[in-house]
Design a protein around this ligand. Sequence first.
Ligand code: NDP
Length: 286
Amino acid sequence: MAVIIDGKAVADRVRSEVAMEVQQLKSRGITPGLAVIIVGDDPASRVYVDNKKKDCARVGIYSEEFALPADTDQEQLIALVTSLNNRSDINGILCQLPLPSHIDENAVISAISPAKDVDAFHPSNVGNIMIGKYSFLPCTPAGVMELIHSAGISVEGKRCVVIGRSNIVGKPMAMLLLHENGTVTICHSRTKDLKEICAEADILIAAVGRLKFVTADMVKPGAVVIDVGINRDENGKLCGDVDFYKVEKVAGYITPVPGGVGPMTRAMLLKNTLTAAKLQNALLME
Ligand code: NDP
């Protein structure tokens, strides 16, 4: 049976470390601040935004929500981002995705000052990740790396397979594994022999968005299986991409859903906001 990597426990640890550092900053008169922008009334986005605000409050980070109507035009949104770029009490800016279809997400992301881009989606931060010289990492891949480290697993020399090539999860995930000297393969919807490729992985990361996509026959005995996926089963229950109960019998380590990568994504946003505040107050070197 696989060892279950407890994302809630690791996220708790990250949060308390952040809370401690936030207190230290506050004693120097600095309160880290995060602006959270939401456009429209997508219920899932509303839950994410509320959670982010709650998380900030728990660790002493100031957060301010900007809720804009669904018909907000791109220029108005970019004007808001620009005004937040110029506010010294706001260290991090996050625009909840997806945005309504009439708004170009890339244009909005590019308008966020790279120094305040706590999601690390700005092209300049993406480029920094490629060259291995970064201040922020996107929250989900960074959270996955924390989980791997927390279990004492070394990536060096391991065969790593990432299923999914999105800009926010798959691609940066692959890059972080590569930085730690993993031998990395990225799989996607056009990959041939996907099952065979996955079955060779020492570390298998699933970021597909399909229920029970990773089955036990795709997992090498003893492999580390990290489940990024968020899906609902036929009963509305939250599930990942991995057929958990079957795969846990084969894998060496596995993350559950819920309670795996999700809490880490939330915790890493707090860490990025803290880092942004430290950088903007010249308390850290870039
Ligand atoms: P995307 O939909 O952007 O990407 C999904 C990827 O999976 C694509 O690269 C796609 O390939 C690939 N894919 C889809 N079907 C197949 C298939 N049959 N075989 C192989 N590859 C396939 O999703 P995201 O990267 O944004 O998110 C992935 C999952 O992670 C989702 O469930 C999302 O909800 C979840 N998520 C969880 C987070 C957390 O905190 N736990 C945070 C962010 C996301 P192609 O590129 O060829 O289309």
